[in-house]
Write a protein that binds this ligand. Structure first.
Ligand SMILES: C[S@@+](CC[C@H](N)C(=O)[O-])C[C@H]1O[C@@H](n2cnc3c(N)ncnc32)[C@H](O)[C@@H]1O
Length: 312
């Protein structure tokens, strides 16, 4: 069952026809730039075309639920309910599990959001941001009818996704807290400002490849599960890119030189830029051709700034 089909209900018929023509996965030509392959289309359709057990690690960050509009009816994050969002992610990661080697891992960064009746404000997890289209925004202005959510409830989406994946067979090995050196400002006066996100480490099997020496604390101790990371200085035009240092750490801990790293929500290609710098191959899947083009450019030219390696 293609659960993501539910998402198509989000667009008008005209939009859906237009997008279907523009983004038909069957017409998507894989682009290879050096060691990275960029596939344009819906992960749920493209991942099944990849060979089984060929990927060592998956480093990725899907869209937040109900926040940004990535201009495609098959996009993750624009579902009518957060329950469907979790279901869609579980379906996509089931395919990721198939393509992952037996000793492979997934490093998943997921954001949270608040259930709201009414306005979403100008900042924070439910902000009305530059590319938030009315449809997605409107959906997020009504408390979803699930999980007993009430107005202003933090939805706990990262953990709901993590539990969904756990129930589907993944082994949840770690929760890493990404502490943002520069948090998005919020005008709230009734709770602390959000300045963290979760990165989950999942494995396919009880024993798996993890290189504890890939990244260590400055003291030489085993890396801890909180990472203090600043924003990337190599601004790339994508509204939700994660820091290259975040991708770099996951890749160093989860793969060896020459391995292949997958990002099923490729965006502007941060994962492939970091993979290239670390001598890994990469495969990206991205729905929006504009971002796919961006990642092609970045994969080709890299970025001017080198990644910082310190943990503070
Ligand atoms: C949070 S962004 C990823 C940003 C990326 N980590 C970076 O550093 O640039 C999520 C991306 O997933 C893409 N996306 C959404 N639904 C998708 C789907 N079903 N298949 C593939 N890509 C999808 C969006 O277009 C968006 O670029």
């Amino acid at each position: 069952m293609r659960i993501a089909g539910q998402l198509a209900k989000g667009g008008t018929m005209k939009e859906r026809t237009l997008f279907a023509d523009l983004f038909d996965a069957q017409n998507a030509q894989p682009e290879t730039v050096g060691d990275s392959q960029i596939l344009i289309g819906d992960s749920l359709e493209i991942l099944p075309t990849l060979p089984a057990e060929t990927i060592q690690c998956c480093v990725t960050s899907p869209p937040y639920w109900g926040l940004r509009d990535y201009n495609h009816p098959g996009q993750i994050g624009a579902e009518a309910s957060p329950e469907l969002y979790v279901e869609n992610l579980v379906a996509i990661f089931r395919e990721v599990r198939r393509v992952l080697r037996k000793d492979g891992t997934v490093w998943l960064n997921v954001g949270d959001g608040y259930a709201r009746n009414g306005g979403t404000g100008n900042c924070g997890p439910n902000a009305v941001v530059g590319n938030t289209k009315k449809l997605v925004q409107k959906r997020n202005c009504k408390v979803p009818d699930c999980w007993g959510l009430k107005d202003r409830d933090l939805m706990g989406l990262p953990w709901r996704v993590a539990f969904g994946l756990q129930s589907d067979g993944w082994i949840l090995r770690s929760r890493i807290t990404w502490i943002k050196k520069t948090a998005m400002p919020e005008s709230v006066k009734n709770r602390p400002t959000n300045a963290t996100e979760e990165v989950f480490l999942f494995s396919k099997s009880p024993t798996y490849f993890y290189d504890p020496n890939g990244v260590r604390e400055p003291s030489g101790a085993n890396l801890r599960n909180y990472w203090i990371l600043g924003p990337d200085t190599s601004g790339n035009g994508h509204p939700a890119a994660f820091p290259r240092e975040l991708a770099r750490r996951c890749i160093l801990l989860g793969s060896r030189e020459g391995d292949t790293v997958l990002d099923p929500f490729g965006g502007s290609g941060t994962t492939s830029v970091a993979a290239k710098e670390l001598g890994r191959h990469s495969i990206l899947v991205e729905l929006n051709p504009t971002y796919a083009k961006m990642s092609k450019e970045r994969s080709r030219h890299g970025t001017k700034t080198r990644i910082k390696t310190v943990n503070s």
